[in-house]
Design a protein around this ligand. Structure first.
Ligand code: AMP
Ligand code: GLY
Length: 423
């Protein structure tokens, strides 16, 4: 099979690493890719926002299957365009991608299909949003409706914080994404990420993970794209997974199919496990980054037929096998991230990774043959172990051999799971 992978982050490096191991793979391209992905695929200098150029490339190379990594091209409709041109695609249509692209869209599906989630209201002006917040009281959650790179959510512990967040949204702090605001009840519990493939009709549960969104140790400081993750998430017991499938995923699949926009691709459900059970915080329509990295370390099955089954409606005929061993990844980021940071700082050396270890590239590039850091999140140092504690020790041992002056990381990735193990 000739495959094109779209994306350039650590998530796509993990997908590329796993896809390249498939015996079904005959030719493998990635656009725009990164130096890590280039170890597994031929990089194509394509502007992935130019959908016609992507289609022309697929025709020229006679691509059989396109795997889309990030959400932005999906929300922009790349999967629709490719499908219309006759190509099989892993990833949802633009309308189905609204499950991630619009919080209000998802909330309305939850309401219609009785999916457990925080009670909410949608607003297009500040006075009404504020009146509702005053009625409900704090803690309360204020969300910009659209895609805001993970920064559009304020979990307000006080009334003043919530009211200020409403002003931020309507005064344009998140651009177009904040033109509509969702105000939602605060959910108390432990978070988990649940991943599940879907072919429009049936679903295949994959695995669970937990990430660390805050930049600082002890889960403090501003939100980031994710500073580290581990899989599985201990809070997701077999019973919680079953309930998530029945109460959240299956009604969503039904709802999307009934709306005439069946969902294909991966559901990444952000869950809060509350005293009542799993409740939906949000959907993403692509793999998590860095959650994907730990999932790929644990997946024993060939990834390519699993993703392809989503595109051709045969998900009920495939199975995914996982190692029980946990995997953990630590993100190394440029000093200053998630604020401003210096670009093109030299990465002098990466360690040789052993069995069950891998350093995935995110924001890296080659400049005159030398590896440099170009992004905020730059490397994902990943390892497996018999316990989360062991995976953590191995990941940090590997990380301490990375020679990159301008890099930093959190030293406490996995702390909740390690505490549980040591209790
Ligand atoms: P989101 O972008 O919707 O994933 O929200 C970002 C983060 O805000 C989540 O990962 C949660 O930690 C937190 N969050 C979002 N919604 C709620 C809620 N209703 N109750 C408590 N925390 C929330
Ligand atoms: N790590 C969170 C995300 O990919 O959205």
């Amino acid at each position: 099979m000739k495959v094109l992978l779209i994306g350039s982050g650590g998530r796509e490096h993990a997908l590329a690493w796993k896809l390249a191991q498939s015996p079904l793979m005959t030719e493998f391209y990635a656009a725009p890719g990164n130096p890590g992905i280039a170890e597994h695929a031929t990089l194509a200098a394509l502007d992935v926002d130019d959908h016609d150029a992507v289609i022309a490339f697929c025709r020229e190379k006679q691509i059989d299957f396109v795997v889309v990594g990030p959400e932005a091209p999906l929300v922009a409709g790349i999967a629709d365009k490719l499908r219309a041109a006759g190509f099989a695609v892993f990833g949802p249509s633009a309308v189905a991608a609204q499950l991630e692209g619009s919080k209000g869209f998802t909330k309305d599906i939850c309401a219609r299909y009785n999916i457990p989630t925080g009670a909410y209201q949608r607003f297009n002006n500040a006075p009404k949003a504020k009146a509702y917040i005053r009625e409900e009281g704090a803690p309360i959650v204020v969300k910009a409706d659209g895609l805001a790179a993970g920064k559009g959510v304020t979990v307000a512990m006080t009334l003043d914080e919530a009211l200020a967040a409403v002003d931020d949204c309507f005064e344009g702090a998140f651009g177009e994404a904040g033109a509509e605001v969702v105000v939602e009840a605060y959910l108390d519990g432990e978070e988990a990420s649940f991943f599940c493939l879907c072919d429009g009709k049936s679903a295949l549960p994959l695995a669970t993970a937990q990430d660390h969104k805050r930049v600082g140790e002890g889960d403090t400081g501003p939100n980031t794209g994710g500073m580290g993750a581990y899989s599985p998430a201990p809070v997701m017991t077999g019973e919680m997974t079953e309930r998530t499938m029945k109460e959240i995923i299956e009604p969503t699949i039904r709802g999307m199919a009934e709306s005439g926009h069946p969902f294909t691709g991966v559901f990444f459900a952000g869950l809060m496990i509350t005293a009542k059970g799993p409740e939906l915080i949000e959907y993403n329509v692509r793999f998590g980054d860095p959650e994907c990295q730990v999932l790929m370390m644990r997946l024993k099955s060939d990834l390519l037929p699993l993703l392809f089954a989503c595109a051709n409606g045969t998900l009920d005929q495939v199975k995914a096998e996982w190692t029980d061993d946990p995997a953990l990844t630590v993100v190394m980021a440029s000093k200053g991230y998630p604020g401003s940071y210096e670009k093109n700082t030299p990465i002098i050396a990466l360690p040789e990774a052993g069995e069950g270890e891998k350093v995935f590239h995110a924001g890296t590039a080659l400049k005159d043959g030398a590896l440099v850091a170009t992004g905020g999140r730059v490397l994902n140092v990943t390892a497996t172990g018999r316990t989360v504690g062991e995976a953590k020790d191995r990941a940090y041992t590997l990380l301490d051999r990375v020679k990159w002056e301008n890099g930093f990381c959190r030293r406490d990735i996995g702390w909740r799971a390690v505490e549980r193990e040591n209790a």
